[in-house]
Design a protein around this ligand. Structure first.
Ligand code: MG
Length: 411
């Protein structure tokens, strides 16, 4: 089998769940389709970030004519280069758009940023394609399932009316009532009415006190057994990350996420050494960055995202690395239905899996652009099916309705 084409389609629509309870924003979502000469195609998703579609277009030329089952080798060649002699079918010379591909130092031989974000969606589509070709679900190609349903945790950020206790209680109870058993709030939005300086990476005592009050309302509303996490979005200095973490310790949180800027694992390690709350990191990391943070004793829970780490097969590799270090993985999730289901296949096949994040339950189109015979979520879980590949089909009617200007349906 040979890859014949790689295309993308951008969807566009409202984003009712926003950080800090915002509801007015719009959001783009990008679907990838990989075609083969066997008449089978695979679907993937990439995030609508700068440079990603350009990188997918480069991959179209790089992958065309090559074996879709050789995905790991082609990605490795593209992201890390190889010494000579290069594989015979490896593209060399000037490619479409004028960019030159050179095996040992191609302009894409860098495992960060838009190239690896694009590779994440192409890997997803190639996994779907391989599963369809072999008539087996993707989780079987990822080592086989430990579980037939995958726990989902909801990102709630904060309610819009952050100073109203009833808003916090309602937001918390709504999550419980909809069947979920884990949720997350954003430290930087929970008491944004108490911020005195947006630049200095500090958390004044007044802001810390309101964060503790408001999360206390959530804990009261959901009871002692419900898992609650908080996210710092890589915003704070070490002493204030420690201070807020210590103040939150009585609430029995599952994790404190990305307390400090992620460029320095030692800062994160220092926070970790001074708090009892487990530290979770890594939503934008590739595997090597997780190794760095584990080596520096900077994290308890690894938190890769299928859209940013390199795809579902990299999720599995990172999960196994966490398992070798006796740490759990949770999967960060910024994607829609397709990315969520792809991550769920990897989660099913990962022994040490804790929870898969989802943002968009208030925005049905984002959870509906692909369909299955079962709903996206059942009782707070993604239920896996035995359909081949990722087990999804494009919802053509919904996609047509949400096509961004100038876009065409790709399936
Ligand atoms: Mg986060």
């Amino acid at each position: 089998m040979k890859i014949t084409d790689i295309r993308t389609m951008r969807l566009w629509g409202p984003r009712h769940h926003g950080v800090g309870g915002g509801t007015g924003a719009k959001i783009g979502k990008v679907i990838v389709r990989v075609d083969s000469d066997a008449g089978i195609y695979g679907l993937g998703e990439v995030d609508d970030f700068v440079g990603v579609r350009q990188a997918v277009a480069y991959m179209r030329d790089y992958f065309r004519g090559r074996d879709p089952f050789a995905a790991s080798a082609i990605f490795s060649e593209m992201l890390y280069g190889t010494p000579a002699p290069h594989p015979e079918n490896s593209p060399h010379g000037v490619m479409r758009g004028g960019m030159s591909a050179v095996g040992m130092c191609s302009p894409t031989a860098t495992p960060w940023g838009p190239v690896v974000w694009a590779a994440s969606g192409v890997d997803m589509a190639l996994l779907d394609l391989a599963g369809k070709a072999l008539q087996t679900p993707a989780y079987n190609l990822l080592g086989g399932a430990f579980r037939d349903r995958v726990r989902v945790y909801l990102d709630r950020s904060s309610p819009a009316e952050i100073s109203k206790p009833t808003a916090w209680r309602k937001m918390a109870r709504d999550v419980v009532d909809s069947g979920f058993t884990q949720m997350k709030f954003d430290i930087d939005f929970m008491a944004s009415d108490c911020v005195s300086d947006v630049w200095n990476r500090a958390l004044p005592l007044k802001q810390i006190n309101r964060i503790v009050d408001r999360l206390g309302l959530v804990r009261e509303a959901v009871g002692p057994d419900f898992e609650i996490c908080v996210d710092c979005h890589m915003q704070y200095n070490v002493p204030d990350a420690v201070r807020v973490s210590n103040a939150l310790e009585p609430l029995n949180l599952l994790w404190l996420e990305d307390p400090t800027p992620i460029t320095n694992p030692d800062s994160c390690a220092e926070v970790r050494s001074r708090t009892r709350i487990p530290i979770c990191v890594g939503e934008m990391f590739i595997a090597e960055q997780f190794r760095l943070f584990v080596d520096h004793r900077a994290c308890d829970i690894l938190h890769p995202d299928v859209l940013f780490c390199g795809g579902p097969r990299e999720l599995r590799r990172i999960a196994d690395y966490a398992e070798l270090n006796h740490r759990p993985v949770a999967f960060h999730g910024n994607g829609g239905a397709l990315a969520t289901i792809a991550a769920a296949h990897a989660a099913a096949a990962s022994r040490n899996f804790l929870g898969l994040e989802y943002h968009f339950i208030e925005t049905p189109w984002i959870g509906g652009y692909v369909q299955r015979d079962v709903p996206l979520f059942t009782d707070g879980h993604v239920v896996l099916t035995d359909e081949p590949g990722l087990g999804v089909r494009l919802n053509r009617e919904l996609c047509r309705k949400h096509l961004a200007p100038g876009e065409e349906l790709i399936a």
